[in-house]
Design a protein around this ligand. Structure first.
Ligand code: IFM
Length: 454
C-alpha cells in the first residue's frame, strides 16, 4: 500500500511501467514524470515515496547508519522506463519535458529536462565506481537484501547500466543525434570491458565484490551462484556466447527446480552481518534461495535472446501459476497471480507462493511473454514481430495497438520465414513506419518454418 514507515518503491514503479506503457502511454508518461521528481540532482533517486503526501524516503537504507543511503540501481530503471515510453509513442519530445529535482524529502531543488534526468542517472553510476571500475552497490541493488559495507561493487548494476545505455543510444540515433548515440555506445563498450574482465570467474559470472575485492556469488570464492548474475550479462549484450553457454549450464544445474529458478544457491544458514538482510531469512525463503518470480522472466528473456525458444517456454511454464492449478493447497496464492516469490526446495514448504500482488513481477512476466516469446515489441523505427515459439506450438493470433494503428497479427507455421502487411511482403522482422503510418488497422501475417525458428 505504500503506507507507514515504508513507501511505494521507485525501482518497482519504473519496472511496472514497462508493461503499463503499451496499455496507456499517456497515463504512463505522467506517472514517469512524477517518478522523475523523486530523483536527486546528483542523479540518484529516493528509494520510496508515500502515495498521498508524495514525500520520498530512503527506505530500508535508513536502518543502517554506517551504510550508503542510496541504492545502486534505482535511478537506472527510470532510464529504462523513459526509453520504453519513447519507443512506444515515437515522441522523442518527451525528453524535453521537465521534472523537478528533489534533494530534500520536503522540497524541490530546481528542475531539468527529462534528458538531463536520464543523463545524470548514467553519470551518477559512472561517478560512483569501485576498485574494478564497476558500479558501487550503495545500500543494495535490485536485491534489497545484499547489504555490503561501503565500497562494494554490483555486477547487476553494471549490466543494468549497459542495457539502458544501449537503449538511450538507439533513441538518440533515431533522432539524428549521432554524437550522443556514439558517446553512449562507447559507455556500453567500456562497461562491458570492465565487467568481462572482473566478473567472469571461469565457471559463471560473479554477482558482487566487497570493498576489499572479494567476490560474492563466485565458484572460486563463496561457491554461490545468483540467477540474475547469469541472465543479465546476456540481456545487457555483455556475455560472449561461450561464457553464456557455461554460465547457463551451471545456472540450470544449480538453480533450476520444477517450480522455477531459485534466486541463488547455496542458501545462507544463519545471520551474517557482513552480507545483511539475505541471511535473516530461513534457507529457501525470499532472496535466500527462494524462487523469485521477478527474476525468472529475466532468464526467459535471456533464453529468447540466445535463440532457445523451447527452453524459454519451459521456464515460463514452470512459473505460470496456471501450471499449478491442480495443487492449490501447495501454491496457496490466487491461481492467476504471479506471486513475488515461491518457497524454494531448501524449504520444507517448497512450492508455497508468498506475497502475491507485489513488485514488478507481473510486469516482467508480461515483457518476457509478449515482447520476447510472442516477439511483439516496439522499436524507434516501427513494430518488431519476431516470435520465439517452441517447436510444438503451431502459431497464435494477437491484436496490438501501436502508434494509432491496430495490428491484427496472425503467426503460423508452414513455409519460409516471411512477413506480409496487408498482403505486401516485408524484409526481416520490422514493420517500418512507412508500412502502417496513418492507417487505422493493418493485417499482419507472419509465416515461420514448420518447426523451430529460422
Ligand atoms: O527488488 C526488490 C523490490 O524492490 C522489493 N521487493 C524485493 C525485491 C528483491 O529484493
Amino acid at each position: 500500500t505504500g503506507y507507514g514507515a515504508r513507501g511505494i518503491g521507485f525501482r518497482d514503479s519504473c519496472q511496472d511501467l514497462l508493461a503499463w506503457i503499451p496499455q496507456d502511454p499517456e497515463d504512463a508518461a505522467s506517472f514517469l514524470l512524477r517518478l522523475l521528481s523523486f530523483q536527486r540532482s546528483d542523479g540518484s533517486a529516493w528509494h520510496q515515496f508515500n502515495p498521498l503526501t508524495l514525500e520520498p524516503s530512503t527506505g530500508d537504507a535508513a536502518e543502517m547508519a554506517d551504510r550508503p543511503s542510496w541504492y545502486g540501481d534505482d535511478h537506472l530503471w527510470a532510464v529504462a522506463a523513459a526509453c520504453a515510453l519513447v519507443r512506444e509513442t515515437g515522441d522523442a519530445g518527451f525528453l524535453d519535458r521537465t521534472a523537478p529535482w528533489r534533494d530534500r524529502p520536503d522540497a524541490f531543488s530546481g528542475e531539468a529536462s527529462v534528458r538531463d534526468h536520464l543523463e545524470r542517472a548514467l553519470a551518477f553510476t559512472l561517478e560512483h565506481a569501485g576498485s574494478h571500475g564497476l558500479p558501487l552497490l550503495g545500500y543494495a541493488d535490485w536485491n534489497d537484501t545484499i547489504n555490503l559495507a561501503a565500497g562494494a561493487e554490483s555486477c547487476l548494476c553494471a549490466c543494468l547500466f549497459g542495457w539502458v545505455a544501449l537503449q538511450l543510444a538507439d533513441l538518440y540515433r533515431s533522432t539524428g543525434d549521432s554524437a550522443g548515440a556514439a558517446r553512449l555506445g562507447a559507455m556500453h563498450a567500456d562497461m562491458k570491458a570492465r565487467f568481462e574482465s572482473a566478473a567472469w570467474d571461469g565457471s559463471w559470472y560473479a554477482a558482487y565484490f566487497t570493498a576489499d575485492g572479494t567476490a560474492i556469488g563466485s565458484a572460486s570464492s563463496d561457491g554461490r551462484i545468483f540467477t540474475y548474475a547469469q541472465s543479465w550479462p546476456v540481456i545487457a549484450g555483455f556475455a560472449t556466447e561461450e561464457r553464456a553457454n557455461l554460465a547457463m549450464e551451471a545456472h540450470d544445474r544449480l538453480l533450476l527446480t520444477p517450480r522455477g529458478v531459485k534466486l541463488m544457491w547455496p542458501c545462507y544458514r544463519g545471520y551474517d552481518p557482513d552480507v545483511g538482510g539475505v541471511s535473516t531469512y530461513p534457507p529457501g525463503a525470499k532472496e535466500n534461495g527462494g524462487i523469485f518470480l521477478h527474476t525468472n522472466p529475466w532468464v526467459v528473456m535471456a533464453a529468447c535472446l540466445r535463440g532457445e525458444p523451447d527452453r524459454a517456454w519451459e521456464l515460463f511454464r514452470r512459473i505460470n501459476p496456471l501450471s499449478w492449478r491442480d495443487e492449490p493447497t501447495r501454491y496457496r496464492a490466487e491461481p492467476y497471480v504471479f506471486a513475488q516469490n515461491v518457497l524454494g526446495d531448501d524449504h520444507p514448504e517448497f512450492g508455497l507462493a508468498r506475497n502475491s500482488w507485489l513488485t514488478g513481477t507481473a510486469s516482467w512476466a508480461w515483457v518476457a511473454a509478449v515482447e520476447r516469446m510472442l516477439g511483439i515489441r516496439p522499436s524507434m523505427d516501427g513494430l518488431l514481430v519476431d516470435p520465439a515459439l517452441p517447436a510444438d506450438l503451431g502459431g497464435f493470433t494477437a491484436i496490438q495497438r501501436f502508434r494509432g494503428t491496430e495490428f491484427r497479427i496472425t503467426v503460423r507455421r508452414g513455409g519460409e520465414k516471411c512477413m506480409c502487411v496487408d498482403g505486401t511482403a516485408l524484409q526481416g522482422s520490422l514493420v517500418p513506419l512507412s508500412a502502417f503510418r496513418g492507417k487505422p488497422s493493418v493485417e499482419l501475417m507472419v509465416t515461420l518454418p514448420a518447426a523451430g525458428l529460422a
